[in-house]
Design a protein around this ligand. Sequence first.
Ligand code: NAD
Length: 269
Amino acid sequence: MARLEGKIALVTGGGSGIGRACAKRMASEGAVVTIADINDEGANAVVAEIAAAGGQAYAVHCDITNEQSIREAVEGAAARSGRLDIVHNNAAFVTPEVFAQDIDILTLSTENWDAVMQGTLRGTMLGCRYAVIEMLKNGGGSIINTSSMYGMSAFNRQVSYGVSKGAINTLTQYVATRFGRKGIRCNAVAPSMIDTPLLRSVIPQELLDANLEATLTPFLGTVDDVAASVAFLASDDARYLTGQILRVDGGTTAHLPTYADARRFFGDD
Ligand SMILES: NC(=O)c1ccc[n+]([C@@H]2O[C@H](COP(=O)([O-])OP(=O)(O)OC[C@H]3O[C@@H](n4cnc5c(N)ncnc54)[C@H](O)[C@@H]3O)[C@@H](O)[C@H]2O)c1
C-alpha cells in the first residue's frame, strides 16, 4: 500500500517550486492534496499534473498574509474530505524587490521587515493554528513547515528572511511541544539553495556556484530532494520524529566555514 494512502493533505505555495514537488510527491504516495496558493493558474496546473498521473488534488485560492484566507483554505480542505492529516506550510512572502533590499538592519526598510514577518512568520503560525484545530478533531496529524538554511546560520544578506525562518524553527518546536500528546507532530525542513523560479529571480549564478562549493555532496539538491523529506515527515514512517528541523542541504550547514578553502589547501577532490 502506498505510504500516504487515505491521508488528506494541504500544501501552501503548492503551485510552484518546492511546494509543487511536495504536492506531487505526496499525491504519488496516495494522499489527496489541496494546493493552496495565491497563484490560481499555478495551483490549477499542478492539480492537472497530479490528475494526469492518476492522483487526486484540488486547488484553492489562499493568501498566507490574510488570516481569513488561510482559515478558509484549511477548513475547506478538511470539510471536503472529512478530516485533515497533513499540512505543509511552505509559502513565504518573498518578492525580488523585498529580497533585494533585505540587506542588513541599518538599510532594510522597516515596512519590509514587517511585511516579511507578517507574510512568512505570521502566515506559517496561522497555518499551524488552523491545522491543529482540524487535526485535534481526528486525533492527530503531521505539520511540516518550510524553513531555510538562512534560518540555521547567518548570511551576509537577507536579515528579515533569515530571522523569519529562524523563528519558524522555534515555532515548530513550540507547536510540537504543546500538541505532541494530542498526536500532532510538527517538523520543519531547512533547504539550502534549491533551483526554483523564486531562487532564479533573486540569487545570481555566482552565488549558486559558491553554494555548490560548500555542499558535502558533489551536487546541489533539487525540489524532489526536499519533497522526499517532506513526504517522509508527513508519513507514519516518521511517527517518532517531532520538533525537528531537518536540514535538506547536502551538509551545507554541517561543517566549518573554511571547508571549501581547506579542500583547495589540501588538494582534496
Ligand atoms: N528555493 C530555495 O532555494 C529555497 C531554499 C530554502 C527555503 N526555501 C523556501 O521554500 C519555500 C518555497 O520556495 P520556492 O523556492 O519553491 O518558491 P516559488 O516561488 O517557486 O514557489 C512559491 C509558491 O508560493 C506561492 N505564494 C507566494 N506568496 C504566497 C502567499 N502570500 N500565499 C500563498 N501562496 C503564496 C507562489 O505563488 C508560488 O506558487 C519558501 O518558503 C522559501 O522560503 C526555498
